[in-house]
Ligand binder design. Structure first.
Ligand SMILES: Cc1cc2nc3c(=O)[nH]c(=O)nc-3n(C[C@H](O)[C@H](O)[C@H](O)COP(=O)(O)O)c2cc1C
Length: 349
């Protein structure tokens, strides 16, 4: 089973909590994570694209680096690990992204791929005046299909003359192409339409892990069925939040401490309740909000052996090709997981 890391391109990683490690994103931080990941034998790193944060006491994701330029930097200082950058389609023309990918493919010696983000969060794009309009909610995967077709034509043929519904090209050229004639594409849509898109054009589909592995099983089966329709080989990668300790109790105590420090203002913003007066909220409501402090990414909390056993269970699910990890304290957890969890995983032997 492949193992990757959702690297901390935004401040504080994926924990909206005043009790979690507080840090700004930087190249130095991400280079340290990348070097430790490579040394430990992880398979891939992926950075997201996030263009507007949630505010709150932790200024959650108000600070974010840019995905392609970060991965270009990491490509130059790593030598083995696969790298993925994320593109938010409304912000960049496909011919430019195809060329950026060819360039990072060259810098990395063929280790680069793209996470296709069709883009659903209007505020990230409206602030630049590039939100296509509300029709885009419904049509974004049709737009994405045309977008990817252009990139694939440019990489394979060096030219695209596509006259589509969303793009009109006029003998558009690209050279040099990526070394393999293309680069791997990953997609993270959770809707049926998003998964169908991935089954048609993608190489890997991300799903969001949950504590209940039956839900993971069901979501993986949706992709397996969609890929069965297109007859393409698409692997499922699952996203989990890993919190480790020497014992289960130690890991759980740390997790509870993070949750206790939940940044309610940032969570309210994320869940569209920006006007909610949390001072007047019921205890039940606050507990529910605190539960979303890690963006509802499935938590795996426990000793090294507990985490390894859970990941082995995940690996046994049909269609699963890998797991992408979110960590609390990235530099130390990247190394700790590599030294103490990976060797216990049967699915890595
Ligand atoms: C692993 C993973 C990575 C994602 N990366 C991004 C990202 O970088 N930027 C973003 O705006 N959305 C990102 N998303 C959101 C997805 O692109 C997608 O829009 C979302 O899961 C909703 O699915 P749908 O588009 O099928 O409705 C990510 C989701 C997952 C699970």
């Amino acid at each position: 089973m492949d193992l990757g890391i959702f690297i901390p391109i935004g401040n504080n990683g994926w924990m909206m909590s005043q009790n979690a490690p507080q840090y700004m994103p930087s190249f130095d931080l991400n280079r340290t994570v990348a070097e430790r990941a490579e040394a430990a034998g992880y398979d891939f790193l992926l950075s997201m694209v996030k263009l507007r944060g949630f505010g709150g006491a932790t200024e959650f994701w108000d600070h974010n680096l840019e995905s392609f330029t970060l991965m270009a930097g990491l490509a130059a200082v790593t030598s083995k690990i696969q790298l993925f950058a994320s593109v938010a389609l409304p912000t960049l023309h496909p011919a430019m992204v195809a060329r950026m990918a060819s360039t990072i493919d060259d810098i990395s010696g063929g280790r680069f791929g793209i996470n296709i983000v069709s883009g659903w969060n209007q505020s990230e794009y409206a602030q630049m005046g590039v939100w296509p309009g509300d029709w885009y909610y419904e049509r974004r995967y049709d737009y994405a299909t045309e977008y990817v077709t252009i990139m694939k034509e440019l990489w394979a043929d060096g030219a695209s003359d596509l006259k589509g519904e969303f793009f009109q090209l006029d003998d558009c050229r690209l050279s040099p192409p990526p070394k393999g004639g293309s680069v791997p594409l990953v997609c993270a849509g959770q809707s049926d339409r998003g998964m169908q898109f991935c089954a048609e054009v993608g190489d890997y589909q991300f799903i969001i892990g949950t504590g209940d592995l039956d839900v993971v099983r069901t979501d993986a089966a949706r992709l397996v069925a969609a890929a069965g329709e297109t007859g393409r080989d698409v692997g499922v990668y699952v996203l989990f939040q890993i919190t480790m300790g020497e014992t289960d109790a130690e890991a759980e105590a740390r997790w509870n401490h993070y949750r206790d420090g939940a940044d309610l203002e940032a969570i309210a913003f994320m869940t569209g309740q920006a006007s909610l007066d949390t001072s007047g909220a019921t205890a039940e409501k606050i507990t529910e909000m605190k539960g979303a402090f890690n963006l509802n990414i499935g938590p795996i909390v426990g000793s090294h052996a507990t985490v390894a056993a859970k990941l082995d269970e995940v690996a046994a699910i049909e269609g699963i090709k890998g797991v992408m990890c979110v960590f609390d304290d990235y530099p130390s957890a990247t190394a700790e997981f590599g030294a103490k969890v990976m060797p216990l995983m049967q699915s890595r032997k």
